[in-house]
Design a binder for this molecule. Structure first.
Ligand code: PLP
Length: 482
């Protein structure tokens, strides 16, 4: 690395990225390219000799940016958000600049120690129970994604129960979650060797806003135990992926205690709102949990990737995931004086992610982060009011956090269930390139999801999005109505 070249190129790159953000509204939010567009534009082998940065940036402008979906655009309302911010970006620059791998304390003591401190800070912001703080048996760790968080706790829970009942009983282990739980749990079960028939997907419905009914859980557990199976893992969600439903943590946690099951709470998106005192109630009952995860890269201005995971008993994670080869042995680890985060995760190598979160927390402060979330929830409420004012539309699930699920009503002749109509509307709206929303299916109904969560979204963007949806609906209904 040549420091002077870095300085020169670095200035050019920051200018390039600043211009990108300045002009972001001029790009179609959802990329409009066709599959394999890029292989027609790029050579089929790497250059033999160095090229100029200007030429590369020119290609990025002309060939790469058209193939981007602009998650940071103020017209981005799809899935759940993936936030960036100046502080998060500067943090990422530093992470890349130092480029350390903090797998053991010794490999960069600051990386491990800052992670411990910052996870305690956020635990305090969320008013998490004391057992999730580093002062006890547990603590927090940064994973890349919620999928990794779910996998590591599932492995820890599996091994914990197998130590008790014997390794040969793996075929008896049963996992419980609702039909709204993110698919990452199913993937984790596949990886962890849980018998595919022992993943219980418990049915939810609109009567309880798609949250998991503790009675349904209890019945299933009793049933499974009566045929000799071993319940061992329960996953609850605060803010499900489709409709941001909230599972009742208190009752579910109590059931998990009765059966000595590991209780994981996945709050990937909505957990971020719980730093506001008025939304903290959504995680009431987290005291019963063995682990709790949330993605600050979704909704706390921290650039991807940064998933925070807290566990009550870090020993369970370490027992499942630690290895101790000669080439990694060192005095601090041997003397058990330090945390080695390599034993809390799947890979060995790990990025210095706490640095960007620390930058976000310091450059914005808790109050600003709270107001950021509040503003998005306010904008979602504004959108809800706009839908309510147009009888052609219906709101399909209660607004939760900054998500609104809605649909265009089909013509009243009863011939059409509205699913294709709404699919057509989704494509029409996204095809304009001016905004991007996503969809889901609940109780057989295809519906549209609008989530306010991009950092640059303002009131006018929500109003423009609504106008666009209305206009496209008029076109569709105009062509469909006799
Ligand atoms: N859990 C929930 C509730 C989610 O909504 C998502 C993704 O949106 C995930 C887990 C998976 O997140 P990740 O991409 O961090 O694995």
């Amino acid at each position: 690395m040549d420091a002077e070249q870095l300085r020169e190129y670095g200035h050019q790159m920051v200018d390039f990225i600043a211009d990108y953000y300045k002009n972001i509204e001029s790009f179609p939010v959802l990329s409009q390219v066709k599959p394999e567009y890029l292989c027609e534009l790029l050579p089929d082998s790497a250059p033999n000799y160095p090229e100029k940065l200007e030429n590369v940036l020119d290609d990025i402008r002309r060939k790469i940016i058209p193939g981007l979906t602009h998650w940071q655009s103020p017209g981005y309302f799809a899935y759940y958000p993936c936030n960036s911010s100046t502080a998060g970006f500067l943090g990422e620059m530093l992470i890349s600049g130092f480029n350390i791998l903090g797998f053991s304390w010794i490999t960069s003591p600051a990386a491990t120690e800052l992670e411990v401190i910052v996870l305690d800070w956020v635990a305090k912001m969320l008013k998490l129970p004391q057992h999730f703080f580093s002062s006890g048996q547990g603590g927090g760790v940064i994973q890349g994604t919620s999928s990794e968080a779910i996998l590591v706790v599932l492995l820890a829970a599996r091994d914990k129960v197998l130590r008790r009942i014997g390794k040969n009983s793996i075929g008896k282990l049963v996992v419980y979650a609702s039909d709204q739980t993110h698919s990452s749990l199913q993937k984790a079960c596949q990886i962890a060797g849980i018998h595919p028939e022992n993943y219980r997907v418990l049915k939810t419905d609109s009567s309880a806003n798609y949250s998991l009914d503790p009675k349904v859980l209890s019945e299933k557990i009793s049933n499974d135990m009566s045929i000799g199976l071993q319940p061992f893992f329960l996953c609850a969600t605060v803010g499900t992926t489709s409709s941001a439903a909230v599972d009742p943590l208190c009752s579910l946690g109590k059931i998990s205690k009765v059966y000595d099951m590991w209780f994981h709470v996945d709050a990937a998106y909505a957990g971020n709102a719980c730093i506001c005192p008025e939304y903290r109630r959504y995680i009431d009952g987290v005291e019963e949990a063995d682990s709790f995860g949330m993605n600050v890269h979704k909704w706390m201005l921290t650039n991807f990737d940064c998933c925070l995971l807290w566990v009550k008993d870090s020993g369970a994670l370490i027992k499942s995931l630690s290895t101790n080869p000669d080439y990694l042995k060192n005095k601090a680890s041997q003397e058990n004086q330090v945390v080695d985060f390599k034993d809390w995760q799947i890979p060995l190598g790990r990025r210095f992610r706490s640095l960007k979160l620390w930058m976000v927390l310091r450059l914005y402060g808790v109050e600003k982060l709270q107001n950021y979330v509040r503003n998005h929830i306010r904008l979602a409420r504004l959108f809800l009011g706009l839908i309510d004012s147009d009888p052609r539309f219906e709101v399909v699930a209660p607004q939760m956090f900054s998500l609104v699920c809605f649909r265009l009503l089909p013509p009243p002749d009863g011939q059409d269930d509205g699913n294709k109509l709404n699919d057509d509307l989704l494509h029409a709206v996204n095809g304009t390139g001016r905004m991007f929303i996503s969809h889901t299916v609940l109780s057989g109904k295809f519906m549209l999801r609008l989530v306010v969560g991009a950092p640059l979204t303002e009131e006018r963007h929500v109003e423009e999005a609504w106008k666009l949806i209305q206009d496209q609906a008029s076109v569709l209904l105009g062509t469909r109505l006799p």
